[in-house]
Design a protein around this ligand. Structure first.
Ligand SMILES: NC(=O)c1ccc[n+]([C@@H]2O[C@H](COP(=O)([O-])OP(=O)(O)OC[C@H]3O[C@@H](n4cnc5c(N)ncnc54)[C@H](O)[C@@H]3O)[C@@H](O)[C@H]2O)c1
Length: 346
């Protein structure tokens, strides 16, 4: 078992604990606790949530006004109040949407977060960002509102589909590139699920926390964690969310590396491409239409981190940098190269 990680935050300090399922079951029975659980997780783990339980179907539609309205309506119907504590059990979508609700309901109520996908255990659970999409803009409404506690329970990963598990490895792929660890990356071995992943979850969280402690609110260093996300988010939108978040990030990393190569001569290791292909091999067919230059650029320019221009996190001299891109032909070429590199994955 890994030891507790304490996270220092300017909003409120919190901790990450590694526990087994019996601990989560006990929490779901505490007084004043409302369990909000992903309906798929509830299906696999029916022993959770004997107290007040709200079971929610999760997909990106939950991260909308109409989606969070369902949560607010449920909270009102069970007369939730300032003393109510939420136990949020699900992946990144449930975390973003219910974290958002917790941050504004009664001007903020406590929540314990139990991430159940690999992506949410390895990355999204820490950092306190909550968000919903609005119009065609992803994560455009949101707050910084950390849970009071995060509980990692490895047993949840057993229920994950291979596609979803590999989508989670997409965020580890991003971390491995950022930390210059791609040559020693163990992602190829993890894909087969024959190796335990907990050590990688622990390491990734510690790495992300080391950055949050310097820059919690996305002023500079935390922006580096956005590597692969500029075009990743845009691809999620152009694919109408057929592309899972982690896969979109993998493709976004390849696009950012191609742009880095054009601008700074950054070397792209063959292992970087090989791991991306191995991961993408697990997903749905990649469609050429998603790579349409004009559509992607429209999404990128309206992203909250851009103001009509294109800023990307690139790799220069083995370090991440935030770079404004003036010459769009470099991006166009990167999209073509990346599509060609991955189109035969499925
Ligand atoms: N807040 C942040 O800092 C942050 C960071 C990265 C990503 N995100 C967001 O996270 C979202 C993606 O999260 P995700 O990849 O966890 O997807 P998700 O929450 O949509 O879960 C994916 C699927 O897995 C199912 N599922 C969840 N846990 C399961 C389990 N244990 N067993 C079986 N099925 C299970 C869900 O029902 C869903 O169908 C995106 O919206 C992204 O924007 C947020």
């Amino acid at each position: 078992m890994y030891s507790q990680i304490d996270v220092k935050s300017k909003i409120k300090d919190y901790s990450i604990k590694f526990e087994d399922l019996s601990h989560i079951i006990k929490l779901s029975n505490l007084p004043n606790t409302v369990t909000v659980i992903d309906s798929n997780v509830a299906h696999y783990f029916p022993q959770i949530g004997y107290g007040f339980t709200i079971s929610v179907d999760t997909n990106e539609n939950l991260k909308t006004w109409d989606g969070v309205k369902i949560i607010f309506d449920e909270l009102l119907s069970i007369k939730a109040n300032t003393n109510t504590q939420l136990l949020v059990i699900g992946g990144g979508v449930l975390q973003d949407a219910v974290g958002f609700c917790a941050s504004v309901f009664c001007r903020g109520i406590d929540y314990i977060l139990v991430p159940t996908t690999l992506l949410s255990q390895i990355d999204s659970c820490v950092g306190g960002k909550t968000s919903i999409n609005y119009g065609s803009r992803k994560n455009i409404l949101g707050t910084f509102y950390p849970p009071i506690e995060i509980i990692i329970c490895e047993e949840f990963l057993e229920g994950l589909s291979q596609e979803n598990f590999c989508s989670g490895l997409g965020e580890l792929y991003k971390f491995d590139i950022l930390r210059n660890k791609i040559l020693s990356s163990e992602i190829n071995e993890l894909i087969t699920r024959k190796q335990p992943v907990l050590e990688h979850i622990n390491e990734s969280l510690l790495y992300k926390i080391s950055i949050l402690e310097i820059d919690e609110f996305d002023k500079l260093e935390r922006k580096f964690l956005n590597f692969g996300h500029t075009f990743g988010h845009a691809l999620e939108i152009t694919s109408n969310y057929k592309l899972s978040h982690g896969y979109a990030v993998v493709i976004g990393c390849l696009i950012a590396l191609d742009v880095s190569k054009s601008l700074f001569g950054t070397h792209i290791y063959s292992k970087t491409i090989e791991i991306a292909k191995n991961l993408l091999f697990q997903t749905c067919p990649i469609e050429k239409d998603w790579f349409d230059f004009d559509k992607l650029m429209e999404c990128v320019k309206s992203d909250k981190k851009n103001t009509g221009c294109v800023n990307m996190v690139l790799i220069k001299d083995r370090q991440p940098v935030v770079q404004k891109i003036e010459d769009y032909s470099i991006i166009k070429r990167a999209l073509e190269n990346t599509y060609e590199a991955i189109r035969l994955c499925n």
